[in-house]
Design a protein around this ligand. Structure first.
Ligand SMILES: [Zn+2]
Length: 310
């Protein structure tokens, strides 16, 4: 039917035009969702499926149930079309400092409440995904978001807030491979146990790990070449040993948060962290590549409105 499909979009305006066509959206999402093989039933993983062309549904010959392109993805149970979803992904994947649900709602012509929900679902697709352990030289550090902490100098913050467990701030732990990706997550405490568990989950044993002098990191030497700088005495760099890379990521995070988000409820912080990590890890990609990266991660992620409100 379409003899001259337009080339893939390179800008927001091209994306809006490109994804205005429902058939094109369908093919785009389908190809990314099942990029590694045939269309597979999201319920029983059966590959024997038949396509009901007129209804754009598949029928699984294994479990006998039907499924749409949206079932088992962040789009499930959403009545919004891909003509809204895909430009929304474009906007969010490419916003250097994040985008608020008010701004997203105005851009897409949907309510703020709808946009807020889309924003969270899309951030979910930006999180986790496939993950390889960090290797080589890795910097690790923790930081605090919110409450009293935000006006304090980083050194004071670390000294004063360690272990106090205030309710108005959220602790985030992260690790950055030099020249590679960053990973970060919200943590419940900054105990040695918690911090070292994340490091062992994120970083290949035998890697070189740089931290500050915090006692929480004592013992990493058993699994890693561990070096530290003593921020408490004003030492920030000792030769190659420093944590400037991960601290730079924290400042990007805080800039995005301050510039865009008016609140930072603890339960949503991890999704903001995922979004910032995605942005950092895909900073060398172009807009289309970032959008494709998010869209290919939509399956297996389902977040309902009640999950968010819970
Ligand atoms: Zn099935």
């Amino acid at each position: 039917m379409k003899n001259n499909p337009p080339s893939l979009p390179n800008s927001l305006i091209e994306a809006v035009r490109y994804f205005a066509d429902a058939d094109r959206c369908f093919e785009f999402v389908k190809d990314l969702r099942w990029a590694d093989g045939p269309v597979t039933c999201p319920r029983c993983e059966c590959e024997r499926v038949s396509f009901l062309t007129t209804r754009k549904l598949w029928k699984c010959l294994g479990c006998k149930r039907q499924f749409s392109l949206k079932v088992g993805t962040i789009f499930e149970n959403s009545s919004l079309g891909f003509d809204k979803w895909l430009p929304a992904i474009w906007l969010i994947a490419n916003a250097k400092n994040g985008i608020s649900s008010h701004e997203l709602g105005r851009s897409l012509g949907v309510t703020q409440k709808t946009a807020w929900f889309m924003n969270h679902r899309i951030r979910l697709a930006m999180g986790s995904g496939t993950f390889q352990k960090l290797s080589g030289t890795v910097e690790t550090d923790e930081t605090y978001i919110g409450g009293l902490a935000k006006n304090m100098h980083v050194v004071d913050r670390k000294r004063k807030i360690h272990g106090t467990g205030g309710t108005d701030k959220v602790a985030i732990h992260g690790a950055l491979e030099r020249g590679g990706p960053v990973v970060a997550t919200v943590i419940d405490s900054v105990s040695a146990k918690t911090l070292q568990e994340s490091i062992r989950a994120w970083v290949e044993s035998g890697a070189t790990v740089y931290t500050d002098q915090a006692t929480a990191y004592v013992g990493l030497g058993r699994d890693y070449d561990h070096f530290s700088v003593n921020h408490g005495t004003g030492e920030y760099v000792s030769g190659d040993v420093h944590t400037n890379g991960i601290e730079n990521f924290w400042s990007l995070y805080k800039r995005a948060w301050k510039g865009t988000y008016t609140h930072n409820a603890r339960k949503h912080t991890n999704r903001y962290v995922d979004e910032r990590a995605f942005s950092y890890n895909n900073r060398e990609s172009n807009d289309l590549e970032r959008m494709v990266a998010v869209t290919s991660a939509v399956s297996g992620k389902r977040l309902t409105y009640s999950d968010l409100k819970a």
